[in-house]
Design a protein around this ligand. Structure first.
Ligand code: SME
Length: 156
């Protein structure tokens, strides 16, 4: 199956499973599971914005690092730039945080609330080099945009 077809199936499933659900934690946990299951990536999860750093949220995969400051790593770059970051080879990304040596490429997408406030970062790792492209970027940005109107508490 082509990657876009997998994303089409993923998007249909997300819409049917999470329709009417407004709790961001329920969304993050369910998305981590469904994205990993449908796309078969190595690690899928969320880092929450807590104060002035990122703290681990719901994820699927091996142990993720617990806290990341905004000036570190792929997730920190995503949070600071407020845009999706694609890293074809993590070993060539200055400041990359290696949670698991098997991770070779990575994509991180920012999650905003309806006021445009950054609330989380969706982080996905692959065990293959150069696994992520515009297809991932476009589909993941559509998916995280569905989280914009959720009922975000002051701190998630
Ligand atoms: N590699 C990330 C850290 C999180 S893990 O990949 C789960 C980074 O550099 O921000």
């Amino acid at each position: 199956m082509q990657k876009q077809e997998r994303y089409n199936a993923l998007r249909r499933e997300i819409q049917s499973v999470l329709q009417g659900e407004a709790d961001p934690c329920v969304w993050m946990a369910t998305l981590a599971c469904l994205i990993r299951e449908k796309l078969q990536y190595f690690w899928v999860g969320f880092y929450r914005v807590v104060g002035n750093e990122l703290a681990i949220g719901p994820y699927q995969g091996t142990l993720g690092c617990l806290r990341i400051s905004f000036d570190r790593g792929v997730c920190g770059a995503c949070a600071t730039r407020r845009e999706t970051v694609i890293v074809p080879d993590v070993h060539r990304f200055p400041g990359h945080i290696a949670c698991d040596a098997r991770s070779k490429s990575e994509i991180a997408a920012p999650v905003f609330d309806r006021r445009g406030r950054l609330r989380a970062v969706l982080d996905i790792d692959s065990a293959e080099l150069n696994a992520f492209d515009d297809c991932d970027r476009q589909n993941l940005e559509i998916i995280v945009d569905w989280m914009r109107d959720l009922e975000w508490p002051d701190t998630i």
